[in-house]
Design a protein around this ligand. Structure first.
Ligand code: ATP
Length: 323
């Protein structure tokens, strides 16, 4: 991966009564897989549609390989798009689906064979698409979008159509296929696990704006805002004075950065335990009138126990206004 290949510059899209995307700027490196992650309505899909050319921005630009494509219609951008429902033609076989955008082009059948191999479906040309599993259909959709050699690949919630039990494997296969092609990719998801597993970096959006872009480790360990600290992973939000800070501030603390110990400064009582493998999340009602969540070995304490808790690390300090 090297250099910026795709640049979103101050993208803004106003719908009646709603600014769906608000001054969004992002650089995507050549060959990078970038996830757009955020809660429902944060503007992820609109951003993808602005990239694809299905929407025109009110302000800002989309630049690909130093070319401003902001005003180009979708077909002239040379972007590939995989839709959430794959949008395959059920009456056509795999080969005809994949070759759809290549009709009349010399070397079409050879290209179909080539892209089917890229997505690990070599020899599937004559299969009806209706006879394929969900994961295979997704790879046919991917092959179809890759066939005309797009400059950028866009995917809308690529795994949401699949049975949860299939998602992990399909995610890995999808990532491998994209990496094999080496294409610059932007995908939309509202699932953190998917964003972190499939993306090289993740752009966290909230209310049309970019909150932070970074690797999973960066977002988890160094959140830039209260929104990211609570949206990516779990955080306790403690009043500054409870966490040894200034009054009027807030301290964000991960459940695993809290520890049961006899001399901890926080005092309370365990009110609940939620099992999570060998560990558990314990709810602790503090005498200060606040409930916190502590991640500890599942047998560390019992419900009803009076406990003391120490804070090992404050993730983020912020002024009093909550995200
Ligand atoms: P989800 O995960 O629920 O799909 P999202 O993050 O993709 O959400 P968008 O679909 O981009 O969010 O929508 C952002 C905001 O813009 C929402 O409030 C939505 O209702 C609004 N919006 C989207 N498209 C239009 C439109 N064509 N006309 C009016 N408002 C729209």
């Amino acid at each position: 991966m090297s250099g910026t290949y795709l640049r979103l510059e101050g993208l803004t899209k106003q719908f009646p009564g709603r600014r769906a995307v608000d001054g969004l700027s992002l650089d995507v490196a050549r060959g990078e897989i970038l996830a757009l992650l955020g809660p429902s309505g944060c503007g992820k899909t609109t951003t993808l549609r602005l990239l694809a050319g299905f929407e025109t921005p009110d302000a800002g630009r989309v630049i690909v390989d130093a070319e401003d494509v902001t005003r180009l219609p979708p077909a002239q951008r040379r972007f590939g798009m995989v839709f959430q429902n794959y949008a395959l033609f059920p009456h056509l076989d795999v080969g005809a689906n994949v070759g759809f955008g290549l009709r009349g082009r010399a070397g079409g059948p050879a290209r179909v064979t080539e892209v089917l191999a890229m997505v690990d479906l070599a020899g599937y040309e004559r299969r009806p698409v209706t006879a394929l599993s969900g994961g295979q259909q997704q790879r046919v959709a991917l092959a179809r979008s890759l066939a005309p050699e797009p400059r950028v690949l866009l995917l809308d919630e690529p795994l949401s159509n699949l049975d949860p039990s299939l998602r992990e494997r399909t995610r890995r296969e999808l990532r491998e296929a994209i990496q094999r092609v080496g294409i610059t990719t932007v995908f939309v998801t509202h699932e953190q696990e998917e964003a972190f597993d499939l993306g090289d970096r993740v752009a966290v959006m909230n209310e049309g704006r970019l909150e932070q872009v970074g690797t999973a480790d960066e977002l988890y360990d160094q959140p830039a805002s209260p929104f990211v600290a609570t949206f990516v992973g779990r955080s306790n939000v403690l009043p500054g004075e409870v966490a040894g800070g200034a009054a009027g501030t807030l301290a964000y603390v991960r459940p695993e950065a809290l520890r049961f110990t006899n001399d901890g400064p926080l005092q309370g009582k365990v009110t609940a335990r939620r099992f999570a493998g060998g560990f558990a999340f314990f709810s602790v009602a503090l005498t200060a009138g606040l409930t916190i969540e502590v991640h500890a070995p599942h047998g560390a304490v019992r419900v009803g126990d009076p406990v003391r808790v120490a804070i090992d690390r404050v993730l983020l300090k912020a002024s009093g206004a909550r995200a």
